[in-house]
Each structure stands twice: as C-alpha cells, then as structure tokens.
Design a protein around this ligand. Structure first.
Ligand SMILES: [Fe+2]
Length: 298
C-alpha cells in the first residue's frame, strides 16, 4: 500500500495557546508554538488561529516519491485537481473542505511496550506481585496520531476520493452514517461521516494499553472535569478501548489502544454495522454531546 499512515493534523482554533496547553496535558510535546509532537510520530498536530474550530488539513504519509505520482494520477483520473507544493501533493476535498497533504514519510517502528502481565483464569502470568499499572508514575504520552473522524457534505464524492483516488480500503460501514477507511494496518485511519455541517468529530491518539487510557483520562479529568466526554469503554467496530475528552476549541481527543490490526486484506471481512454496535460494545451510556457536539448546535 502506497499510503501507510497519517502524518499530521492541522486545526484552526479560536485560542491556539489554550488549545496547545490542553494537548500538552494530554501528553503531546510542544516543539514550537502551536506544534505538538507524539512520542513516535514526531510533530503531528499543528494549531493555528481561526474564528471557529475547523479541520484544515490532514497529512498522509507515502513510502516513495513514485507513490506521489501514482496518487496524482489516481485522483486526476476521477476528476480531482491536485497540486504540487514543494515535495508534497495536495488534494482538496470539497465535501469536507479538508486539504489532504501527501508526502514521503518514514514508517513508524513502534518500540514494544513494557508488557503488563495480566492474570486470567488458569493463566497466572503475574505471581506474588501487584499489577504493573501501579508502578507507572510517568505522565501518559501518546505514541502517534491513529485516526480522525470528520464529516463531509458530499459523502459520495469524498468517499470516492479516499477509496478510488487514494486507495483507502473500506474496513466497515455504518449504513447511512459513514465508512471506516484504512490506509495502513490500523482498522481505520479515517471515519468519513455524512453530515449537514463540516467539522472534526475527534482525533485519536494511541497509547500502550487500557491502563494508559485510564491513567491519562483520569489525569485530564482530575485537572478539569469539564474535559470529560465519554469513556472508559470499548468500541465494537475496530475493537479499541476508548476515552474521549474535549479540547478548549470543542474538538474531541481520544486515547485509544488495542485497535484491530489488518495486514491481510483478503482475511478481513468488512461488515455493515447497524444500531448501537456502531457506537460501542460496552461502556457508560453514550452522552448526547458525543453525537451532537454542543458548540455546533444553534
Ligand atoms: Fe475513534
């Protein structure tokens, strides 16, 4: 697959300084004003001033310069007009009003986590010792940007750009709502949703395991309870554990772990998921603001 991961997320927000402070608390490192890095993905979040929050651009990494030419031909063939900007290929998606910025980017080779030893019936991997979670005192730091969920006013056109033009695979679909798309071994890197307004619903940042989600979410909510949106729970589609928090601009930020990993397209069976399973397998009840972010109403 020519595309292999998300690289960057560019957000316009009313108060970049306050929003950057939120993401520092979330575990990203501010390497320059408004530029925030993950542990393994480098600078992945760019914040700039805008009257209202909006998703400006999504960066997509390719393996080789030839992949940019292939992508350029692919999107031209279906009627989009990409442009070259330095070493990047930029395609504007009118449906979402998002600039897709393709560039050659190194693959992330994640360092294996210090494995938590979990006991289960008949299998005591941890004997005569407390859980590893209790010895973790360092701040939670996400490894990388994993996926983004955003809307399009023209779902069919946006879907065509991602799938037919850029080569994203469809992992699962929520009929009448949207599609989970991947450009890597992650079950989804993009969830494209049909909606009457354009907005970023959330960006998801990978941490090692459920304990890291719990530790990170608790620290964020202890510092400011109004940040809490939804969690702790587990999704059915993609399987990931989740906890969603709200940044000062109104975007949601998800800590996640244990997402489905797809490295054999023939072995994965995309499904059409209906009802509440489209939202979650278990967890607290879905809060209304998860479905309809309150800053977008009225
Ligand atoms: Fe998510």
């Amino acid at each position: 697959m020519a595309l292999h991961r998300l690289t960057t997320l560019s957000l316009g927000v009313p108060d970049p300084v306050a929003t950057a402070a939120f993401y520092r608390d979330f575990g990203l490192s501010e390497t320059a004003p408004g530029v925030l890095a993950t542990r393994e993905g480098g600078d992945q979040l760019r914040l700039s001033a805008a009257p209202k929050r909006r998703l400006i651009a999504l960066g997509l990494g390719v393996e080789h310069p030839d992949d940019l030419e292939r992508a350029e031909r692919g999107v031209r063939a279906i009627g989009f007009e990409p442009r070259r900007e330095g070493g990047r290929l930029v395609v504007h998606d009118p449906g979402s009003d998002v600039a897709l910025e393709l560039s050659v980017a190194p693959a992330i080779a994640p360092a294996p986590p210090a494995r938590a030893r979990l006991n289960s019936p008949g299998q005591a991997l941890r004997r005569n010792a407390r859980a590893d979670a209790f010895s973790r005192n360092d701040p939670v730091r996400p490894r990388r940007l994993g996926h983004v969920v955003f809307t399009s006013l023209d779902f069919a056109s946006s879907r065509r750009l991602f799938v037919d033009g850029l080569g994203f695979r469809v992992s699962d679909e929520l009929p009448g709502i949207g599609a989970f798309l991947r450009c890597s071994t992650d079950h989804h890197n993009v969830f494209l949703q049909e909606a009457p307004i354009r907005f970023l619903h959330h960006a998801a940042w990978e941490v090692d395991d459920a304990d890291e989600i719990g530790r990170g979410g608790k620290a964020m909510v202890d510092a400011d309870p109004s940040r809490h949106v939804w969690g702790f729970g587990r999704h059915y589609v993609g399987s990931n554990y989740f906890w969603y928090l709200r940044d000062p601009a109104g975007n949601y930020a998800e800590y996640y772990s244990d997402l489905d990993y797809v490295d054999d397209d023939a072995a994965w069976n995309p499904g059409k998921v209906e009802g509440m399973l489209g939202l979650y397998a278990w967890g607290p009840p879905v809060p209304p603001e998860f479905i309809a972010p309150p800053d977008l109403l009225g």
